[in-house]
Each structure stands twice: as structure tokens, then as C-alpha cells.
Design a protein around this ligand. Structure first.
Ligand SMILES: NC(=O)c1ccc[n+]([C@@H]2O[C@H](COP(=O)([O-])OP(=O)(O)OC[C@H]3O[C@@H](n4cnc5c(N)ncnc54)[C@H](O)[C@@H]3O)[C@@H](O)[C@H]2O)c1
Length: 237
């Protein structure tokens, strides 16, 4: 679409589907070279981001594939019901491992790369649920609150090197993650469509376009914040 990201070398996880897939395409359209990672789909590297050593392996492969890394977008995520009555910890652990711990590890693995350039970029994905609670999604909500805290903390650590760290808080976006929730006949889609002042659900491209902006020089003085991209679906009770 333009060349504002020309020369930028970005690694993105969760790039096999949904928001990550759309963001990889948008970054490329804006001139970046992109290393795509997912456990499934057509990507440069198929790997489970929670596997031991995965983050280091991803950054090493991206470095080799792109000739360096200056932009990190850990977008892989999962959502699992975790009601308080659930005795088994598996879904809690899996959600925190993908949505929070792997995010921390990927940025940690890229820290020397980011510190070596004057204008590194980290874009994280939280959710509007990082600012609210949900009775049946405690693990998802907790993980996304954690991502906001991570963005603030990483912005403080990496800011002195010139790297910005921001966090997008999407509203209800139509992707494979939400297919079942927003399927025709399910109340979820109608609920979020009505709640949005723009009277529609979000598209993956709505998030990808903001991610590309955050990676660009236009966003050079933005750092440490969660940015709602939700069609004004959460500004009224
Ligand atoms: N869709 C929404 O309404 C919405 C709203 C707010 C936030 N988000 C967040 O946006 C991000 C992208 O979600 P999406 O809606 O595009 O969903 P999606 O399911 O389409 O994409 C998520 C991708 O992450 C990958 N992934 C999951 N676990 C992985 C693992 N362990 N290792 C490697 N890859 C793994 C999946 O294979 C998938 O390709 C997630 O972090 C999600 O929490 C989505």
C-alpha cells in the first residue's frame, strides 16, 4: 500500500490465521520483510510458541531469514472457558502459557536485536477483555490484563534504546477464534454488533492496519499503552 515500513524486519507469531495472517500481509504491503510463525498454516516456521526453547529458535530463525530483527509481534493466542468450578488446571495453564508467558519469552529472546537498533517496535495483542472481567473466561481475561502490564513494563525497559512497546485491545473481531461465537443463530455476534456504535463486528484488517501504524515512524512517540480498536463497543454500559 505504501513503503512506510521499508527496511523493517518483523517477526510475527499467530500468523497462520486471523489477525496475525492479516497483519503479516499488511506489513508486507507496507514494505516490511516478515518472518511468519504459527503451529499451523502456511508460515515460514511451524512451531508451538510454548515449547521449551521456542522463542530463542524463532528469533534465531528470523534473524537468519531476514538478516536481523527490529520488530516483534507475538500475536498467537487461544481462548478456553475457565469457569471457577473447573477443577482441572490444563486450560488455565495453556491459556497463560500461550497468551502471556510466550509473549514475554519472545520479546526477551529479541532484546539484544531490539537494543541494537534506534527504532525497534513491539506490538502486543491484549483485548477489550484486558479492561473488564468475564465470569467464564478468567484465564483469558487474566492473561490479557497481564499483556497490558507487560506492555507498560517492556516500554519502560526498552524505551531508553528507542524501542516502543504498545498493545492493541481489539473488540469482537471475526476470525477463526470467534467463528463459533459469532456464527449465524448464535447470540454472540448480534450482541457485539449491537453494542458497537459502528454496528458491525471487526475484521482482521481493522486490527492489522493499526498494527502497521504502530510499527511505523508515525507512531514514534506512542509507547506503553493499550489502544482500543473496538468500534466503540465498550464505551457505553
Ligand atoms: N478475534 C477476536 O475477537 C479477538 C479479540 C481480542 C483479542 N484477540 C487476540 O488476537 C490474537 C489473534 O487471534 P485471532 O482472533 O486472529 O485468532 P485465530 O485463532 O484466528 O489465530 C490465532 C493463531 O494463533 C496460533 N496459535 C495458538 N496457539 C499457538 C501456539 N501454542 N503456538 C503457535 N501458534 C499458536 C493459532 O494456530 C492461530 O493461527 C490472539 O492473541 C487473540 O487473543 C482476538
Amino acid at each position: 500500500m505504501n513503503d512506510r515500513l521499508k527496511g523493517r524486519r518483523a517477526v510475527i507469531t499467530g500468523a497462520g490465521s486471523g489477525i496475525g495472517l492479516a497483519t503479516a500481509a499488511r506489513l508486507r504491503a507496507d514494505g516490511a520483510t516478515v518472518w511468519t510463525v504459527d503451529r499451523a498454516g502456511e508460515v515460514d516456521q511451524q512451531i508451538d510458541v510454548t515449547a521449551p526453547g521456542a522463542s530463542e529458535a524463532i528469533i534465531a530463525a528470523a534473524r537468519a531469514g531476514l538478516g536481523g530483527v527490529d520488530t516483534v509481534l507475538p500475536f498467537a493466542g487461544i481462548v478456553r472457558p475457565t469457569p471457577l468450578s473447573l477443577d482441572d488446571d490444563a486450560d488455565w495453564d495453556a491459556t497463560i502459557a500461550v497468551n502471556l508467558t510466550a509473549v514475554w519469552r519472545l520479546v526477551r529472546a529479541a532484546r539484544t536485536d531490539l537494543q541494537a537498533v534506534p527504532n525497534g517496535r513491539v506490538v502486543l495483542i491484549a483485548s477489550v477483555m484486558a479492561s473488564f472481567g468475564s465470569p467464564d473466561l478468567a484465564a483469558y481475561v487474566a492473561s490479557k490484563h497481564g499483556v497490558i502490564g507487560l506492555a507498560r513494563s517492556l516500554a519502560a525497559v526498552l524505551g531508553p534504546y528507542g524501542t516502543t512497546v504498545n498493545c492493541i485491545q481489539p473488540g469482537a473481531i471475526e476470525t477463526p477464534m470467534t467463528d463459533a461465537l459469532f456464527a449465524p443463530g448464535q447470540p454472540g455476534g448480534a450482541f457485539w454488533r449491537d453494542k458497537s456504535a459502528l454496528k458491525r463486528l471487526g475484521k482482521a484488517a481493522d486490527i492489522a492496519d493499526v498494527a502497521a501504524f504502530l510499527c511505523s515512524d508515525d507512531a514514534r512517540f506512542m509507547s506503553g499503552h493499550g489502544i482500543f480498536v473496538d468500534g466503540a463497543s465498550t464505551n457505553t454500559p
